[in-house]
Design a protein around this ligand. Structure first.
Ligand code: 3H9
Length: 721
């Protein structure tokens, strides 16, 4: 055995006169100690196996408890090992033999779960004869989120414990269940309030000497072929809708289905085949990149982990429009009281009305209970003045997007807020340093760019100004987690990272239409690529007038002689702002369903003819390449200019703020998988066809010529830091 797993006998050497001493000393405790999350890294399964042999060989031991040291039971297989395995192109030893050994143990094994038993952790737990858990624990098979399926018997043991329908849901959707729900399902035998280990030992004592039930021999919950067929059909249809394009959910369903007509061992073999196919797929590599990327973005080289943070116990939001109201809800949902300020009572009443409506929808959809919503509403106090602002730790300004107005608000905040309070702007494009200059404390000023709807979208771009202090950055990064957001630190350039890249992406979508592509064809091609929505439907949703106004403000910066798209501006001139006017790129019915509008395409064909834009047939591949490589090329510039810390930060922004498909890993990862030489070559072709707007980013050229990837660039940067 090694120091990753310990076997102890509580009270065995205890000299105190403990009346349970003899009772407890015949229970062995196997503690898995592989911080931070007790992943089943190499050495751990071997040591558990040796521990099982040891307790079986020891006549003084009657039963064993398996528990995790630290904050959790076992968070699953070690995901880093999967990266090594796929890079080496070889599969390593599986966990199956260990789990059979535990299940075949002559002495009962009780799994004691706190924190989480996820993936291989739950599979380990199911190989035990009994499971007990703290009420706050969670269990689940989240493998599909990594593009794989349970690979250590999970698709075969879970149905035997919870029934087929629930097992299919857990394996195909990957959502964890609470210990309480797991207990109701029969996955947990007993919930233990208080000291988990003591409770588990007592439970083990009760079952010691009795025949130990083996999960793999249970069949009572396996259902009939007719019942099961309906479950599989329903699950496949849910997966096609909710996890469009993902292969793992279907593989998980297939593995469970295979098990219904096979022996347990054959079922495990079928599972192993599906598992391996998934593990070596591009989807899994991309999703594992996303898993580590979401954690990587929290690491900021010049803002060390130890940086002190500031308290954020009470906040204010200025502006109760769509964004301001959504942001107020985000704070309230996290239990942080908010003052919501607007110009007058009428604006506040409208803002609070929208918030109430949003909460009511959440209750209708079963996302929140009415009691939760009532509590959250109590936390939002509408105020028509800045009078109470001296009491808050942080203000988020979410007024109309215009520099003059923002400066006015920040000058006022500087006057009314206490020294040290964080002054954040929700601007999506404007210069944070210019806003900060309106105050006497630029070190306290930062951008917190929420995405619409703020209470739903996970991304929070945190924009660092030249003078923003490390404490303010560290606080906002930490706060993002508390708010349930994924915070990504970006530099202060126009549009920051996300919107700066979105500009060329939507520009290309418009060019394609002006060159002869159909509106639906552009949207459909990008949806088939995996995006949540097409770029034109997205424009209609966000409001075409927003970009139109910004373009008008910045028109003086456009270089003369460079082609600019005209379609969207002309649509706005006709009052077609998108969904809000029921007309934009599409027409919208009363249920906001988009309908192709022949009037729009006729207008665009006419405008294109007037502008002398040659018309041609455009393939779906070209649509995807033009739009996606526009993202990549701009992303490469942003990276080289230092406005994003790493390529993976750009990926995480695009996945969480712009609906880019997670199974493609984000635009930069996707470019790596295509191969940068190929991407670069295509960008050069587009430059020849469409001019200077397509000039390749120097970093893209350099990496392509060196045969490198953005992921390698990230590693080199990290090594140099
Ligand atoms: C599997 O089990 C397949 C099986 O069927 C077997 C097949 C044979 N491996 O998230 P945190 C790291 S697939 C390696 O910040 P939290 C993480 O990167 C696996 N590393 O903490 C981070 O590192 P760093 C199925 C892992 O408290 C640190 O631990 N299991 C793993 O917010 C802390 O993580 C899953 O998918 C891992 N399995 O959340 C569970 N897990 O500090 C994945 C974490 O260097 N994990 N790390 O950035 C989670 O969901 C969360 O980490 C957990 C803790 C809820 C456990």
């Amino acid at each position: 055995m090694n120091n990753l797993v310990k076997v102890t006998r509580p009270n065995q050497n205890d000299n105190d006169s403990n009346k349970d001493k003899n009772k407890n000393s015949d229970i062995a405790v196997i503690t898995i100690d592989n911080p931070p999350v007790n992943a089943l890294s190499p050495g751990v399964p071997e040591a558990i196996s040796a521990a099982i042999d040891e307790i079986n060989a020891d006549p003084a031991v009657k039963a064993a408890v398996v528990i995790g040291a630290g904050r959790t039971f076992v968070a699953g297989a070690d995901i880093k090992e999967f990266v090594k395995m796929t890079a080496a192109g070889a599969r390593r030893a599986t966990l199956l033999p260990l789990l059979l050994r535990i299940e075949d143990s002559a002495k009962p094994v009780v799994m004691a779960i706190h924190g989480s038993a996820f993936g291989g952790g739950l599979e380990l737990a199911m190989s035990g004869h009994y499971r007990v858990a703290s009420p706050t624990a969670q269990v689940g098979q989240p493998e599909v989120k990594l593009g794989i399926i349970p690979g250590a018997g999970g698709t075969q043991r879970l149905p035997r414990l919870v029934g087929l329908a629930k097992a299919v849901e857990m394996c195909a959707e990957g959502k964890p269940v609470s210990a309480r729900e797991a207990a109701a399902l029969g996955l947990i035998d007993q919930l233990i309030e208080g000291d988990l280990l003591a409770g588990a030992i007592s439970f083990a004592h009760d079952v010691a000497g009795k025949p130990a039930p083996k999960t793999r021999e249970r069949t009572a919950k396996l259902g009939t072929p007719t019942e099961n067929a309906a479950i599989f059909a329903a699950a496949r249809s849910v997966a096609a809708k909710k996890q469009r394009g993902l292969k793992a959910p279907l593989a998980a369903i297939n593995a469970i289905e295979a098990g219904t007509s096979l022996s347990f061992d054959e079922g495990c073999q079928a599972e192993a085949k599906f598992f391996t196919e998934c593990l070596f797929s591009d989807q899994s590599k991309a999703l594992i990149h996303v898993f580590f990327g979401e954690r990587e973005v929290a690491k900021i080289p010049d803002v060390p982990k130890e940086t002190p943070t500031l308290p954020v116990n009470r906040v204010a939001v200025v502006g109760s429009g769509t964004m301001g109201g959504g942001i107020a809800m985000v704070f309230a949902n996290a239990g942080i009281p908010v003052l919501l300020k607007d110009v007058d009572e009428a604006a506040l009443a409208a803002g609070m009305g929208k918030i109430r409506k949003n909460y009511a929808t959440s209750v209708e959809r079963g996302r929140f209970t009415q009691a939760f919503v009532d509590e959250r509403l109590q936390m939002i106090t509408p105020v028509p003045s800045y009078d109470a602002f001296s009491s808050v730790d942080m203000v988020v300004e979410a007024v109309f997007e215009g520099m003059a107005l923002k400066k006015e608000v920040f000058a006022e905040l500087d006057r009314v807020c206490r020294p040290g309070a964080i002054l954040a702007s929700n601007t999506s494009t404007l210069n944070i340093d210019e806003i900060a200059a309106a105050t006497s404390r630029p070190e306290s000023v930062i951008g917190t760019h929420f995405f619409s709807p703020a209470n739903v979208m996970r991304l929070l771009e945190i924009v660092r100004g030249k003078k923003t202090s490390n404490e303010v950055i560290a606080t906002c990064m930490q706060l993002s987690k508390k708010l349930g957001k994924i915070g990504v630190l970006v530099g202060n350039c126009r549009g920051f990272v996300g919107n700066r890249m979105f500009g060329p992406y939507r520009r290309e979508a418009q060019f394609l239409i002006e060159e002869g592509a159909d509106i639906e064809a552009v949207d459909q091609s990008l949806v088939e690529f995996g995006n949540a929505m097409g770029p034109l439907a997205t424009g209609d949703l966000a409001g075409l007038d927003v970009g139109w106004r910004i373009r008008k403000e910045y028109r003086h910066l456009e270089k003369p002689g460079i082609r600019q798209p005209f379609a969207e501006d002309r649509l706005c001139e006709l009052g077609r702002y998108g969904q809000k006017t029921s007309k934009g790129w599409y027409r919208y019915d009363e249920n906001r369903r988009p309908i192709a509008d022949p009037e729009v395409i006729a207008l665009i064909r006419k405008w294109s003819a007037e502008a002398g834009v040659p018309q041609r047939q455009i393939s779906s591949d070209e649509i995807v390449d033009r739009c996606t490589y526009a993202l990549v090329n701009e992303g490469a510039r942003i990276l080289e200019e230092g406005y994003a810390l790493r390529a993976v930060d750009i990926d995480i922004i695009y996945l969480n703020g712009y609906g880019f498909p997670a199974y493609r890993g984000g635009p930069m990862w996707y470019a790596d998988t295509v191969g940068l030489p190929k991407v670069y070559q295509r960008v050069c072709e587009f430059q020849q066809q469409h001019g200077e707007l397509w000039a390749p980013a120097p970093l893209l050229k350099r990496l392509a010529e060196a045969g490198k990837t953005f992921a390698e660039f990230d590693k080199e940067q990290l090594a140099a830091a």
